[in-house]
Design a binder for this molecule. Structure first.
Ligand code: ASP
Ligand code: MG
Length: 427
């Protein structure tokens, strides 16, 4: 008998009727002979609504209390789903993250899973139940307080549980049919990707593709758990994220069909800070990024250049989540005495566009083709960064769509003719 984990996003359980629909889907998996563990998100926009409510009560709610509040969203949907399953004749039991043995660090709002002790889940499965686990939450190993794992992290709960339970695979259900070669709302001819490697999916998720939580992909790769991303609104096969043997992407024979680029991702959530006129001597960059790191701000791209303002000085630009922009400016300003830069520039009207594909490892010229396609579309590149299987550029915010389309076309990813239009959010 197989053991599987299914995760349903908020849009799949937005109201009572959807919960019953999802319950029937789960029942089918159970009747097919599987042991089924379900990880569930909060209904519809519940998490956002709870967050709004908290901010109305208190402008800066205590992180511990916010976690107490937000975890109730998943608790509601888990209990409701268990009720719906019982009415269909399937024994089902719901559990909070803590009850299911999800042990985390103590960082409220962004806790990491340290361990899963799934004793109660195992026992409930052995007794023939469908097990429903509230997603995105756990309990701190040190404080024993309830924690959350970050927005969108029910995906991560699902993969972590699958690894701990030795499940064959995880199904992540949302309202889109899987992963596409670009966001279909920007590129009408974007194509469905049937299979993608963990490393490509990691780059997609890290560079703006919202369909899967980044840490979920990291976890799946580390534990080698295959993930099937699919829609709860159809029976179509979705996208399998799994280990792909190198031969399936690199062999001469498949070169013709093998796309050079697997997908084009974009991200509008970053901002750029330029530290102007930094003295050009050892230790200055270290000082700047120490200051940023001490304040737990993650940075993405970095560029250093000879300064516009004076000789013997450099300008250092970097990107970061725009939600951390204000804090970064504050802490850098406070450090101006030591670092002795001349001024700070801030720009949040930027976007990042990335082309991703393991095919570029063995093919020269991908960078040139990408940049040529942007030049032909009259798009100026502001910053560049690369990994072995990714090239990213920063462009003006209002040119992101055009850049995504240009790259998608240049690498031959456009579907012939027929447009696939999706209204889904991928939640
Ligand atoms: N409900 C949480 C959120 O909206 C977690 C999740 O859905 O994955 O972020
Ligand atoms: Mg999600």
């Amino acid at each position: 008998m197989g053991r599987i984990v299914q995760k349903f996003g908020g849009s799949s359980v937005a109201d009572a009727a959807s919960i019953k629909r999802v319950a029937r889907r789960i029942l089918n998996a159970k009747l097919a002979g599987n042991d089924v563990v379900v990880v569930i998100s909060a209904m519809g926009d519940t998490t956002d609504e709870l967050m709004d409510l908290a901010l109305q009560v208190s402008p800066q709610p205590k992180a511990r209390e916010l976690d107490m509040l937000l975890t109730t969203g998943e608790r509601q949907s888990a209990a409701l789903l268990a009720m719906a399953l019982s009415d269909l004749g399937a024994e089902a039991r719901s559990y909070t993250g803590s009850q299911a043995g999800v042990i985390t660090t103590g960082k409220h709002g962004d806790a990491r899973i340290i361990d899963i002790t799934p004793g109660r889940v195992e026992q409930a499965l052995d007794e023939g139940n469908v097990v429903i686990v509230a997603g995105f939450q756990g309990v701190s190993q040190t404080t024993k307080d309830v924690t959350t794992l970050g927005r969108g992290a029910s995906d991560t709960t699902a993969v972590a549980l699958a690894a701990a339970l030795g499940a064959e695979y995880v199904e992540i259900y949302s309202d889109v049919d899987g992963v596409f070669t670009a966001d279909p709302r920007i590129v009408p001819g974007a194509r469905h990707i049937p299979v993608i490697s963990y490393e490509e999916m990691l780059e997609m998720a890290a560079n703006g593709a919202k369909i899967l939580h980044l840490r979920c992909v990291e976890y799946a790769r580390r534990e080698n758990v295959p993930v099937h991303v699919r829609s709860s609104f159809s029976d179509k096969p979705g996208t399998w994220v799994k280990d792909l043997p190198a031969s399936s992407t690199d062999t001469e024979g498949s070169k013709m069909e093998q796309a050079l680029i697997t997908g084009v991702a974009h991200d509008r959530t970053e901002a750029k800070i330029t530290v102007v006129g930094v003295p050009d001597r050892p230790g200055e960059a270290a000082e700047i990024f120490d200051t940023i790191a001490r304040n737990e701000i993650n940075i993405d791209m970095i560029v250093q250049n000879v300064s516009q303002v004076a000789s013997g000085r450099t300008d250092i630009s970097f990107t970061l989540p725009s939600s951390d922009g204000r804090k970064a400016i504050e802490v850098l300003n406070a450090a101006q005495e030591q670092i002795k830069f001349e001024e700070l520039l801030y720009d949040d009207q930027i976007g990042k566009v990335s082309v991703i594909g393991v095919g570029m490892r063995s093919h020269p010229g991908v960078t040139a083709s990408f940049f040529r396609s942007l030049a032909d579309a009259d798009i100026n590149i502001d910053m560049i960064s690369t990994s072995e299987i990714r090239i990213s550029v920063v462009v003006d915010a209002d040119q992101v769509d055009a850049a995504v389309r240009a790259a998608h076309t240049a690498f031959g990813l456009d579907a012939d003719g027929e447009a696939v239009v999706y209204a889904g959010t991928g939640r």
